[in-house]
Design a protein around this ligand. Sequence first.
Ligand SMILES: NC(=O)c1ccc[n+]([C@@H]2O[C@H](COP(=O)([O-])OP(=O)(O)OC[C@H]3O[C@@H](n4cnc5c(N)ncnc54)[C@H](OP(=O)(O)O)[C@@H]3O)[C@@H](O)[C@H]2O)c1
Length: 290
Amino acid sequence: MAKIAVVGATGNTGSATVKELQSIGEKPLCVVRNADKARQGLGSDVDIAVADLDDRASLQAAFSNVDRVMIVTGHNPKSDVQQINIIEAAKSADVKFVLKVSGGRAVVGPNVESIVGRGHHTVEEALEKSGISWCLLRPGLFMQNTFAAAGMIKADGKMVMPFAKDLKLPFIDVRDTGAVAARILQKPDKHVGKTYEFTGAQSTYGEFAQVFAEVLGKQIIYIPASLEAAETNMRAKNMPDWLVGHMLAIAKLGASGGLSEENTQPIKDIVGRAPRTTKQFVQDYKAMFS
Ligand SMILES: NC(=O)c1ccc[n+]([C@@H]2O[C@H](COP(=O)([O-])OP(=O)(O)OC[C@H]3O[C@@H](n4cnc5c(N)ncnc54)[C@H](OP(=O)(O)O)[C@@H]3O)[C@@H](O)[C@H]2O)c1
């Protein structure tokens, strides 16, 4: 059977993709830097290859019996170099198809403010020129970003984000990205050369906070942070300059409507169901927030 590899299998989207692939009868290879972490999160019987994104040879060795690769690695100022390592290793190992999780259309480009968005653009170009068949995913803003607010939701009943309370934002659950990705990896032919932008249903952070309140059974106050306050808070947490810059760029893009467009159709077409709602998300992760 053709072997599917997921690079970044211990991450939010990668682990969701692995679980979804398993649920549709595949046995993907999890390409990770930490085998113990992979076994803990994905089960003791998963196939694992240990490789580091900075080590092209380790990636090439991991791909020796692989013909489809998914790339979903985290925010990083050198993620362009790392993901190009994956693409080059895939090419050397004669991989036939690469699925890359990228950023939203407004986030990615050669001259965008965010270093992460510029990195995605560089990788997309490299993939398109690689000669390997490819497909790109552009998911919306992750519901799972609220994990970072779990401490404050739990302790103070507050959610503080650098977005207006009533700004339209179609959040997506990464498990839906995993569901889309798994089906494309299983049968890539009709998806070759396509770029899918997709989101959940349009909502707002004000409504999301209301959903938290209803499901958790306590008051949750949404507080929109100004860009200045958000920056001060991130610097107090010693976040690196590039990440502060990226987060502020996303907040500015959101304020100008760049993240507001809803597009649920690819999930319906590819997975055959509607995307998960914010209510389902909070219900499923209730323990983390209470
Ligand atoms: N957040 C959003 O709202 C949003 C929206 C659209 C698109 N995106 C894009 O989605 C991607 C992030 O997805 P995610 O949140 O699912 O990622 P994530 O949870 O941060 O996972 C990153 C994965 O990369 C692995 N990794 C990092 N450095 C590595 C190295 N040197 N060698 C081997 N593996 C390494 C991590 O391994 P470990 O577990 O060992 O650390 C982990 O498995 C980014 O490209 C981002 O631009 C994000």
